[in-house]
Design a protein around this ligand. Structure first.
Ligand code: ADP
Ligand code: ZN
Length: 686
C-alpha cells in the first residue's frame, strides 16, 4: 500500500523510451556480407600454398652445386638458359636436353623436361662478367635473365604466416565474443576504432527534419539554442565583429525531457548535418578504442562542417577523473575523455562544428569539460510544468484519432512529474488500449488508464484477498486520504483505490503541487499524510502490517534529507552535509553529529506519527465512512472524499496557476529569474 506521490516516483519508464534516432544499432538494413565465406577462401588458399610448397615453376629435377661447378657446366656448354635471382643471390642454369645425362646421370624421363642446377653466385657483377665472357667464347648461346624471387615472396609469406594465423584466430574469437554493439564479424574488428556516430543529413538515409515546432515547451532552452542556430546559419555575422563561436553546449536535465530532440531541432533549423552518438558507444573493452573513435568522429565532422555533433549521456565518458589513486580509475575512460578534450581544443573556434552533449547530472562531469572554450554553455532542460505538459500533449495527440470531448487540461493535470517521453508514451499506450477495446477514437478513459498503468503498473484484479485483508488495506488508504484532505499543505487527492496494481496493494493518488520551492510545513504535512496509513492500521485494527514498508522508507529518506541536507531541524539548523562527489567513503561530519542526525530523524518521524494518530482520532467517523466506501467500491474519487469531509478550505497552488493561465493565455512562458533552479533542488531533496 503506498501513497502515490508522483513527485518522487513518477519518472516511470523515462529513459526506457529509446530516443528517436540516437539508437544507431540494429537499423542497418543493408544485407550483410557473410564473412564465413571469406574465412573459407582464406583457409583454402593457405592450404594450397602450403601443400604446393612454394616453387610453383619447378617442374623438373634440380641440383644444388657450388658456384665453381656451375661455372664448369657453363664452360662445357651445358647451359640452355641462365636465370639469376638477385634477391636471394642464386642462379639457376637450365640444362640442355642433350647434356641432362652428363649432369644428372639420369634420362629425360626421370628428370623432366627442364631440370636445372642451382648455385649461389658471389655478386651480380661477377656473374654478369662471367656469363658475358662465356657468350663471347660461344659456350653459352642464350641470354642471362633476371627474375624476382618467388621463393623470396614465399619466405616472407612463411614468416608472416604464424602472425596471419593468429590474427585470423583472434578475429574468430572476437566475433564469438559478441563484438560489443551489434555490428558483427570482421566489420567490428576492423572498425573498432571508427566512430559509430549516426549521421542525419539532408538526403541521407535517415533524414528526418525535426524543428523547434516539434519541441513543445522548453521555452528558455529553445531561446538559448536559438543562438547556436544563428551561429551555424550565419557565422560571419559573429566573426566579423571578432566574436568567437561557441564550441559546445551542454544540455542538462532528466531523461526523456527532449534533449536529443532539441539538439536535432537545432540541426534541423540550421539545416546542417547532425552526428549523434551516445557516450557509452565510445567505451569498449579494447584499450584505446574510445580515443580513436573520438578522433574519427571529429575527423568526419570536420569534413561535413558546419555541423552538429551530439553526444548523449556524456557522463559515460565525462565523469570526473578519479582523484584518489586507491580507486585505480578507469584508464580507458580517462584516455577517451582526454582525447575528447584535446579534440575540442584542437579544432579552430570558427570551424563550424558545434558539439552538443546531454547529461542528467552535470555535477559529476569532469571540471575540465565545463571549462571555457569547451562546454561552456549549460542549458537546463527541466521536466515540463503544467502548461508545458499541455503543449507536449498537443504535439503527441496530433497523430492520434482522439475523441472530440477530450480535455487536454485534464490530461496535463493528471500527469505531474511526467517527462516529455512519458507523455509520448501515455499517448501511445492510450491508443493501444483504445484499439484493444475496438474503439473508433481514443477517449479520456483510455488516457487515464494509460497514465495509471504507466505510474502503477498493470492492474491485478486476480490477486486473491480475504475480506479482512481488504478491510485493512481500505483502512490504510483511507488513513492517507483523511489526513491529506485535512492538512493545509498536503497534496490534493485525486483518487484512492484498493485495486492491486504492480506491486502495490492499493494507492492514494495525489496531484502534487508544482512548486518551485517547498517549505518545511509542506514537507511535514506530506510526511504526516504518508504516515497516516500505518497510523490508521494501528488505531483501528490494533495491528501494524508489512503494507506500510514503502511509506516508511519514503518518510525516513525524506526526514534524513530534511535534517542532514536542508538544515531543517532545531538541533542542526542551517547545515547541509550534502556531498556530491562520486566516491566518498567519509561522512563530512563527526560521529557525534551522526548520532544527533539519527536522533533528530527519529524525533521528527515520531512527532508526525503522533500528529497523524491525533488527527485520525479526531476524524474517526469520516475515516471509517471512507474505508467502508472503499471496501464497497474499490475506487473513490476526490468528490466522494469531499462529500464526507466537506470542501477543503484552501485553494491549491495548481488551481491558482491554472486560472491565472486561462486569464492570460500567453504562449510565452515568462522567464522568472527569481525562481530557484528546479533541477538542482530535486537532486538534493531526496
Ligand atoms: P532525452 O534525450 O532528454 O532523454 P529525448 O529527446 O530522446 O529525451 O526525448 C524522447 C522522446 O520524448 C522524444 O522523441 C519525443 O517524442 C518526446 N519528447 C520529449 N520531450 C518533448 C518535448 N518537449 N516536446 C515534444 N516531445 C517530447
Ligand atoms: Zn500507505
Amino acid at each position: 500500500m503506498e501513497v502515490n506521490d508522483p513527485n518522487n516516483n513518477t519518472a516511470p519508464n523515462s529513459g526506457s523510451n529509446a530516443p528517436v534516432g540516437s539508437n544507431n544499432h540494429g537499423k542497418n538494413k543493408k544485407p550483410r556480407f557473410n564473412f564465413t565465406w571469406v574465412y573459407i577462401v582464406i583457409a583454402i588458399a593457405l592450404g594450397y600454398l602450403f601443400f604446393a610448397g612454394g616453387d610453383l615453376d619447378q617442374n623438373g629435377t634440380s641440383k644444388s652445386v657450388t658456384y665453381t661447378v656451375f661455372k664448369q657446366y657453363v664452360e662445357q656448354g651445358y647451359a640452355n638458359k641462365i636465370v639469376a635471382n638477385k634477391d636471394d643471390g642464386t642462379v639457376k642454369m637450365f640444362v640442355k636436353p642433350e647434356h641432362i645425362r652428363d649432369v644428372f646421370q639420369q634420362g629425360v624421363t626421370q628428370t623432366g623436361k627442364q631440370p636445372f642446377v642451382q648455385a649461389e653466385f658471389p655478386s651480380a657483377d661477377k656473374l654478369d662478367e662471367f656469363v658475358t665472357s662465356q657468350q663471347e667464347l660461344g659456350n653459352f648461346k642464350g641470354e642471362l635473365s633476371y627474375k624476382r624471387s618467388n621463393d623470396g615472396f614465399m619466405q616472407i609469406f612463411w614468416n608472416l604466416f604464424p602472425l596471419l594465423f593468429i590474427i585470423v584466430v583472434w578475429m574468430l574469437i572476437m566475433r564469438r565474443m559478441g563484438s560489443g554493439g551489434g555490428l558483427s564479424g570482421m566489420g567490428s574488428i576492423f572498425n573498432v576504432g571508427r566512430s559509430r556516430a549516426q549521421l542525419v543529413e539532408k538526403g541521407g538515409e535517415n533524414e528526418s527534419k525535426v524543428t523547434f515546432k516539434d519541441v513543445a515547451g522548453q521555452a528558455s532552452a529553445k531561446q538559448e539554442v536559438q543562438e547556436i542556430v544563428e551561429f551555424l546559419k550565419n557565422p560571419k555575422k559573429f566573426t566579423d565583429l571578432g566574436g568567437k563561436i561557441p564550441k559546445g553546449a551542454l544540455l542538462v536535465g532528466p531523461p526523456g525531457t527532449g534533449k536529443t530532440l532539441l539538439a536535432k531541432a537545432v540541426a534541423g533549423e540550421a539545416d546542417v548535418p547532425f552526428f549523434s552518438m551516445s557516450g557509452s558507444d565510445f567505451v569498449e573493452m579494447f584499450v584505446g578504442v574510445g580515443a580513436s573513435r573520438v578522433r574519427d568522429l571529429f575527423r568526419q565532422a570536420k569534413e561535413k562542417a558546419p555541423c552538429i555533433i551530439f553526444i548523449d549521456e556524456i557522463d559515460a565518458v565525462g565523469r570526473a577523473r578519479a582523484r584518489n589513486a586507491m580507486m585505480g580509475g578507469n584508464d580507458e575512460r580517462e584516455s577517451t575523455l582526454n582525447q575528447l578534450l584535446t579534440e575540442m581544443d584542437g579544432f579552430g573556434t570558427n570551424s563550424g562544428v558545434i558539439i552538443m552533449a546531454a547529461t542528467n547530472r552535470a555535477d559529476i562531469l569532469d571540471k575540465a569539460l565545463l571549462r571555457a572554450g569547451r562546454f561552456d554553455r549549460q542549458i537546463h532542460v527541466d521536466l515540463p510544468d503544467l502548461n508545458e505538459r499541455k503543449a507536449v500533449f498537443k504535439v503527441h495527440l496530433k497523430p492520434l484519432k482522439v475523441d472530440a470531448s477530450l480535455d487536454v487540461d485534464l490530461l496535463a493535470r493528471q500527469t505531474p512529474g511526467f517527462s516529455g517521453a512519458d507523455i509520448a508514451n501515455v499517448c501511445n499506450e492510450a491508443a493501444l488500449i483504445a484499439a484493444r477495446h475496438g474503439k473508433q477514437a481514443v477517449t479520456k478513459e483510455d488516457f487515464l488508464s494509460a497514465v495509471d498503468r504507466i505510474v502503477g503498473g498493470l492492474e491485478k484484479k486476480t490477486k486473491v484477498m480475504t475480506e479482512e485483508e481488504k478491510r485493512t488495506i481500505a483502512l490504510h488508504e483511507a488513513g492517507h486520504a483523511t489526513i491529506s484532505w485535512n492538512l493545509q499543505y498536503a497534496n490534493p487527492l485525486i483518487k484512492v483505490t484498493i485495486v492491486p496494481r504492480g506491486s502495490a496493494l492499493g494507492a492514494a493518488w495525489y496531484l502534487p503541487e508544482e512548486r518551485q520551492i517547498t517549505t518545511r510545513e509542506q514537507m511535514l504535512d506530506e510526511m504526516c499524510a504518508t504516515l497516516g496509513g500505518r497510523a490508521a492500521e494501528e488505531l483501528f485494527t490494533g495491528h501494524i502490517s508489512s503494507g506500510a514498508m514503502n511509506d516508511l522508507e519514503r518518510v525516513t529518506k525524506q526526514a534524513y534529507g530534511m535534517i542532514a541536507y536542508m538544515g531543517m531541524s532545531e538541533a542542526l539548523p542551517n547545515l547541509c552535509y550534502y556531498d556530491n562527489s562520486e566516491y566518498s567513503w567519509q561522512r563530512p561530519y563527526s560521529e557525534a553529529t551522526a548520532e544527533l542526525i539519527d536522533k533528530e530523524v527519529k524525533k521528527m518521524i515520531a512527532e508526525q506519527y503522533e500528529r497523524a494518530k491525533q488527527l485520525l482520532l479526531e476524524k474517526r467517523e469520516g475515516h471509517n465512512a471512507l474505508a467502508d466506501l472503499l471496501v464497497e467500491r474499490e475506487v473513490i474519487y476526490a468528490e466522494d472524499v469531499e462529500n464526507i469531509f466537506g470542501k477543503r478550505p484552501w485553494t491549491s497552488r495548481t488551481e491558482e496557476l491554472l486560472t491565472k493561465q486561462e486569464e492570460e493565455d500567453n504562449p510565452d512562458t515568462p522567464d522568472n529569474p527569481d525562481s530557484p533552479d528546479n533541477s538542482s533542488f530535486n537532486t538534493t531533496a531526496l
